[in-house]
Ligand binder design. Structure first.
Ligand code: ADP
Ligand code: ZN
Length: 825
């Protein structure tokens, strides 16, 4: 009999801890069980990693497990196994990994409780079931497992409870959370009066400049915003809001929050299309593979608008509807993909569970239970839905698999949902399907080498052409604009004549346009004309971004805000020059150039509530918006047939970042945003403004040539080697003292080098240490070192060993291990 268990606790610790299992808990304590254990002077909730038969040498002071709160283990065997793999591969503490995989309710000290549902006996009950049932019936309210044990003594009570629940005689509930979403209402301030002339504004606001700024901000976000968003994100006080109300230009409304906008909507009627030839070919290859063991990983490369969603749906129809299996669908961000979600809802109705961030703990737990019991069979969600406890898993589908949001960069475990999905699917014997118009080079490489299979949807639905793309060279655009009267070069080009004409054209024809600029704020930074000083954040080594509504400087790393200085803080010269265009500036130019156009701006600053993305997109869908302007969040998956023009204000924003993925990201972003144009009958065109028109990332995007780009980029990453040619791990060492951090980084390097030498490990290269490209964030200095390895296994072993053994020279130093990093900044 096993009388000991190794327990993982949710602390940044790499070992598991040995506990004795008291006799009364022997039955329930199995791998994956949630347990309450004494830890130091506290109690912690942890999870059983494994059972141990009496160890030969028992460490002294082994303590007892205090409680097993649930009748069933929190983690099924397959998920526990997956967590162990993640902990090993990413060198992450097992306890933190398990915590990330479970709903919050099962990571805190809540306990399952039993409630009798029906009072009548079932003749088929066994002895222990009968005793438990009698006991529960004699109690009015819910009863915990631990109290059953206390009253009835040790016994097979968990099993009995689960069987009673299966017969519908009792209900197993989770203690703490309510099923209601945490917030039911919100306050929204809405403009009630339009102030058309400047004079009118002067009259109303006089010297109340803050109120005027707020008024103009609200104008820019369709006239309404959540009050909490204004105070939390924009630092606008309640009294300023009240000021607008007192002046009679706005009102505050209390609105109900639906837990999510799809909750109350009936599933839309399903529109079934007959698959095109290419879709049919892809579907039949996927279905054929279902019976192969092990099933394959497929990369579905389908150009934008080629109908990838229909392929996903048909595969799920076979698996879920015909074979009764379960599936997981991952999307980059729930709030940005309403159209995809509603297609799944239309096809599978109530079989679908949406796991999204607006769920309350109770709702999340209920969804989790519904999947685990098999009552619901399809889980759709962002990154962490890869852990959904779907029964009889038949497939994991990842839409837009190239998206960086699939990687958790902080905190540990820093897992990539794609890697985890591939591993989970392989272990479950399930199909893994990765879709994108621009597959990640990692996935592409796997298909090149024949490990994964490739599927192609080379054409848009209805043989519609991909939109023609042309570039406008920003350098010559600046030259032709010449100089202002004072002899200084004029400001940056926001709308080139080409783009302006194209927009005029669309407005005249009543068509829609999308404009992308992947930089929020008004201008990138503010620089003194005299001494050249650029204002930087006091705790991050980055320049502050200037915002217009309300006017202030903001750090995009730590959210520090400060007022816009009137004069240079260094040399007192008046007048700061604004450098680099952000979305707010584009918006202003658009307002001035096209005063009658209906604009919507979508970036982090305008999308306050959880579902405001959805509200904006819905307005676009109803054609209440002529021009949608935004950051990369508008480039994802949108399918609006009346969008005939896409303009990229500046394609170079991400191109010069010191990151080996800069070209890949730029290519993806351009291809994806271009893909929003010309999805309807009217066709479409794309105008890309750039100062680097010859750059290959831009050139291949112009030609819609993914294969060409991939070939070139794979070549670029050969020497020096970067993924996918090599495996990479980034070790970031940070702390408050600059010198200490440098010393710790050097110590880490020599520790690792010593280990590599002593063990004669070849094939792993150690680079660095060096300061991170952003060498200070939130007051912490940052250094990093890179490990490159041709083979994955030795790298994993080395990282695991390092994580367990390396002790930074000072307790203030933090070491973060990031395996397969998506960003090196
Ligand atoms: P992708 O995700 O590949 O960009 P979508 O799945 O959004 O493309 O599909 C693009 C559009 O084509 C959608 O409006 C979809 O309803 C439509 N569509 C997909 N397949 C077909 C088909 N076989 N016949 C007609 N329309 C289709
Ligand atoms: Zn900062």
């Amino acid at each position: 009999m096993s009388c000991y268990a190794r327990v993982a606790v949710p602390r940044p610790l790499y070992q598991t801890f040995l506990y004795r299992i008291p006799e009364s808990l022997v039955e329930e304590t199995v791998p994956g069980s949630r347990v309450v254990v004494p830890f130091g002077r506290k109690q912690l909730t942890g999870w059983v990693d494994e059972l141990v038969h009496a160890p030969e040498t028992l460490p002294r002071g082994v303590r007892d497990i205090l409680d097993v709160p649930d009748p069933q283990p929190a983690l099924t065997d397959d998920l526990l196994d997956l967590c162990r793999w993640i902990a090993r591969y990413y060198a992450a503490p097992l306890g933190l990994t398990i915590r990330a995989a479970l709903p919050a309710v099962l990571t805190v000290e809540s306990a399952a409780r039993f409630i009798v549902r029906r009072g009548d006996f079932d003749p088929g009950l066994t002895g222990s079931e009968k005793r438990l049932f009698e006991h529960l019936r004699s109690h009015k309210g819910p009863v915990k497992l631990s109290s059953v044990r206390k009253s009835l003594g040790p016994g097979p009570w968990s099993n009995a409870a689960v069987r009673l629940a299966e017969r519908g005689l009792l209900e197993i509930q989770q203690e703490a959370p309510s099923l209601r979403p945490p917030l039911r209402t919100r306050q929204v301030v809405a403009l009630t009066r339009e102030l058309t002339s400047l004079q009118e504004r002067d009259n109303v606001f006089k010297r109340a400049s803050r109120q005027r700024e707020l008024y103009e901000y609200l104008e820019s976000v369709a006239g309404r915003a959540e009050v909490a968003h204004l105070s939390e994100r924009l630092g606008i006080s309640r009294s300023v809001v009240q000021g607008l109300v007192d002046k009679g230009v706005a009102e505050i409304n209390v609105e109900e929050i639906a837990s999510h906008p799809f909750a109350d909507l009936p599933a839309p009627p399903e529109v079934t299309h007959a698959p095109t030839t290419a879709q049919a070919a892809a579907i039949s290859r996927l279905l054929d593979s279902l019976d192969q063991r092990p099933p394959n990983v497929f990369v579905l490369k389908g150009v934008t608008g080629s109908g990838k969603t229909l392929v996903y749906i048909e595969v799920l129809r076979e698996l879920v509807v015909r074979r009764g299996q379960g599936a997981i669908v991952l999307v980059p961000e729930i709030s940005l993909t309403p159209q995809t979600l509603s297609r799944f809802r239309a096809a599978f109705g109530d079989d679908v569970v949406l796991l999204h961030s607006a769920l309350s703990d109770g709702e999340r737990y209920a969804a989790w239970q519904a999947l685990r019991s098999g009552e619901k069979r399809i889980a759709i969600g962002a990154r962490s839905a890869v852990f959904a406890p779907v029964k009889r898993l038949g497939a994991i589908i990842i839409d837009e698999e190239h998206e960086g949001t699939y990687k958790q960069s902080d905190p540990a475990p820093r897992y990539h949902a794609r890697e985890v999905a591939v591993m989970r699917a392989r272990r479950a014997g399930a199909l893994c399907l990765l879709g994108s118009a621009t597959p990640s080079l990692e996935s592409w490489w796997q298909t090149e080498s024949g490990k994964w299979q490739r599927l192609d949807l080379p054409e848009r639905i209805g043989a519609r052409p991909l939109p023609a793309i042309h570039t406008v060279d920003l350098r010559s655009a600046i030259k032709t604009r010449g100089r202002e009267a004072n002899g200084r070069p004029s400001g940056p080009v926001v709308l080139s004549p080409d783009l302006k004409t194209a927009l005029e054209d669309r407005l005249a024809r009543g068509e829609q346009a999308i404009l992308l600029l992947n930089r929020r704020g008004y201008s990138n930074f503010a620089q003194c004309l005299e001494c050249g000083t650029v204002r930087t954040c006091w705790q991050c080594n980055v320049s502050l971004t200037q915002h217009r509504r309300p006017p202030r400087l903001v750090c995009h790393h730590c959210s520090h805000q400060e007022p816009l200085p009137e004069a240079c803080p260094e040399c007192s010269a008046p007048g700061l020059r604004q450098r680099g265009v952000g979305t707010e500036q584009v918006e202003r130019v658009l307002e001035e150039t096209f005063p009658d156009a209906r604009l919507a701006r979508m970036d982090v600053d305008t999308t306050s509530g959880k579902w405001s993305h959805h509200e904006i997109l819905e307005r676009v869908g109803r054609r209440h918006v002529d021009i949608l302007l935004g950051t990369q969040m508008i480039a994802k998956g949108l399918d609006f047939p009346h969008v005939t023009l896409v303009g990229v204000i500046n394609a170079d924003v991400g191109l010069n970042l010191p990151d080996f993925r800069a070209s890949e990201r730029t290519f993806q972003l351009l291809t994806q945003v271009a893909g929003r144009a010309g999805r309807g009958e009217a066709g479409g065109e794309v105008i890309v403004q750039t100062a680097l028109p010859g750059h290959y990332a831009i050139q291949y995007a112009l030609d819609h040539d993914f294969d060409g780009f991939a070939e070139r980029e794979l070549e670029e990453r050969r020497e020096p080697a970067y993924p996918p040619h090599t495996r990479l791990a980034n070790l970031v060492i940070s702390g408050r003292g600059e010198l200490h951090v440098q010393q710790a980084a050097e110590a880490a390097v020599s520790w690792l080098q010593g280990l590599l030498d002593a063990r004669r490990i070849v094939g792993i290269d150690l680079l660095g240490p060096a300061p991170c490209p952003i060498d200070r964030i939130r007051g912490r200095w940052r250094w990093h070192l890179l490990l490159k390895s041709r083979e994955p296994e030795p790298l994993g072993r080395l990282l695991g060993y390092f994580a367990r053994r390396f002790e930074p020279p000072s307790a203030q130093i933090r070491v973060e291990l990031d395996r397969d990093p998506v960003s090196l900044l």
